[in-house]
Design a protein around this ligand. Structure first.
Ligand code: SF4
Length: 360
C-alpha cells in the first residue's frame, strides 16, 4: 500500500489561525509549481519512467482547489493511481464553482474535502476565512451535483466566543451533505495572526473539552461513527489515505514541508516554495518509524492498538507495569482494554498526550 500526498502551498490569503506551509497568491497555482511536482514524482518513480501507482492520493494544502482541473489531470496522469484509488482534493468554498468541481471530478478526483469550519459568519470573519456559511453550504450541494459521492467537511471547535448552538448549527450544515466529517479544536500556534495577538473569548481547556465531547455525541446521533480522534464517518466512508498514516504504512509527501515514510524510514522536505521550485529542497532524514510511533498513531484510532500486531510488526510487548496502567485507564473510563486490544474512549482521546507520556 502506498499513499501519495501532494502539497499545494498557495492560498488566496492567510487565515488568522493557520501555520501550514502556504502563502497568499494572486490568481491560481503557477504551472511551474505543477512542473516541479511532476519532476519529483519522476524522481521517485520505479525505473524513472513508470508511474508510482499509489493506492491513495491526497491533494492538500494550502488550497489545492486553486489548481485548475487541467493541472490536477497532469498530476494524476503522472502519479498513475491504481484503479479504485481514493483521490482526495481539499477545496475552499470561495475558490470553486460547480463547473470547476465537475472538472476536478472528470480529472479523476473522487473525494472532496471542504473547509467549512463553522456555520457562523461572524466567526468565519473573525478567523479570517473568505467565505460565508451559505457559500460553504452551496459548495457542498455543488459537489453532489458535480458527481461527488464522497464528501468530507471540516469543522473547527472552540473558536472565540464559541457556543453549543454554533457547534450544533455547524454539524447540521454538514450532516445532510457529507459522508465524512473532521472536527478539530482551535489551537493557537505561535507564528500566526492569533499567535501574535490572542483573540478575545477563546474557550478555556475544560470548556473546549466539553465542546469536543458534545460534538462527538451530536455526530454519533446523526450516524457518524468516530474512528479517529478528529474524524467521523458514515459506514464505509473512513478516509483511506489518513488510515495509512495511522497504521504506519508507506506514504510519500511531495512539496515544501511534506513528510514521508517509506520502508520504515521517515524524511521530509523543508519549508520554502522557492527552494522546492529550484529543486534545492533536500529530502531530510527524520529517523525510523518505531514501536513508539506505532503505539501513538494506533491510539488515535477508535479501533485502537492490538498487542499481537505490535509484537508481530515490532517485536515489542507491554511490560507488566504498562499493562497495569492500561487496566487503570479502563477502570477510569479513559480506555477499553481486554488484555489484547487497547483503545481510548472519547474522554481518553482528549487526554491522549498525557496517556502516552505515562504509557511510554
Ligand atoms: S485556507 Fe487553509 S491552508 Fe490556507 S491559510 Fe486558510 S487554513 Fe491555512
Amino acid at each position: 500500500m502506498l499513499g501519495l500526498y501532494i502539497h499545494i502551498p498557495y492560498c488566496r490569503s492567510k487565515c488568522a489561525y493557520c501555520d501550514f506551509a502556504s502563502a497568499a497568491v494572486k490568481g491560481g497555482v503557477p504551472d511551474e509549481y505543477v512542473d516541479a511536482v511532476l519532476r519529483e514524482l519522476w524522481r521517485f518513480s520505479p525505473c524513472g519512467s513508470t508511474p508510482l501507482r499509489p493506492d491513495t492520493v491526497y491533494l492538500g494544502g494550502g488550497t489545492p482547489s486553486l489548481l485548475t482541473p487541467r493541472q490536477v489531470s497532469r498530476i494524476l496522469d503522472a502519479a498513475g493511481p491504481v484503479p479504485g484509488a481514493e483521490i482526495t482534493l481539499e477545496a475552499n468554498p470561495d475558490t470553486v464553482t460547480r463547473d470547476v468541481l465537475a472538472g476536478f471530478r472528470a480529472a479523476g478526483v473522487n473525494r472532496l474535502s471542504v473547509g467549512v469550519q463553522t456555520a457562523s459568519d461572524e466567526s468565519l470573519r473573525r478567523i479570517g476565512r473568505r467565505h460565508t456559511a451559505a457559500e460553504a453550504a452551496r459548495t457542498l450541494k455543488d459537489a453532489r451535483a458535480a458527481g461527488f459521492e464522497n464528501i468530507s467537511g471540516d469543522i473547527m471547535l472552540a473558536l472565540p466566543h464559541y457556543t453549543a448552538d454554533e457547534m450544533r448549527d455547524t454539524v447540521a450544515l454538514l450532516a445532510g451533505e457529507c459522508t465524512h466529517i473532521s472536527a478539530y479544536l482551535l489551537k493557537i500556534e505561535p507564528d500566526t495572526v492569533f499567535g501574535r495577538r490572542a483573540p478575545d473569548g477563546v474557550p478555556g481547556d475544560d470548556e473546549a473539552a466539553d465542546f469536543y465531547l458534545a460534538c462527538v455525541d451530536e455526530l454519533a446521533a446523526r450516524g457518524y461513527r468516530q474512528y479517529e480522534i478528529s474524524n467521523f464517518a458514515q459506514p464505509g466512508f473512513e478516509g483511506r489515505h489518513n488510515l495509512l498514516y495511522w497504521d504506519c504504512r508507506d506514504y510519500l509527501g511531495i512539496g515544501p514541508s511534506a513528510h514521508s515514510c517509506m520502508s520504515g524510514k521517515r524524511f521530509f522536505t523543508p519549508r520554502g516554495t522557492d527552494a522546492f521550485l529550484r529543486a534545492d529542497a533536500v529530502y531530510t532524514p527524520d529517523g525510523d518509524c518505531t514501536a513508539q510511533d506505532y503505539i501513538m498513531l494506533r491510539l488515535r484510532l477508535a479501533e485502537g492498538l492490538s498487542l499481537a500486531k505490535l509484537q508481530g510488526r515490532f517485536g515489542v510487548s507491554l511490560t507488566p507495569a504498562q499493562t497495569a496502567f492500561c487496566r487503570s485507564l479502563a477502570q477510569n473510563g479513559l480506555a477499553r482494554f481486554d488484555g489484547e486490544t487497547l483503545s481510548l474512549t472519547p474522554r481518553g482521546m482528549l487526554v491522549q498526550n498525557s496517556v502516552l507520556t505515562e504509557l511510554l
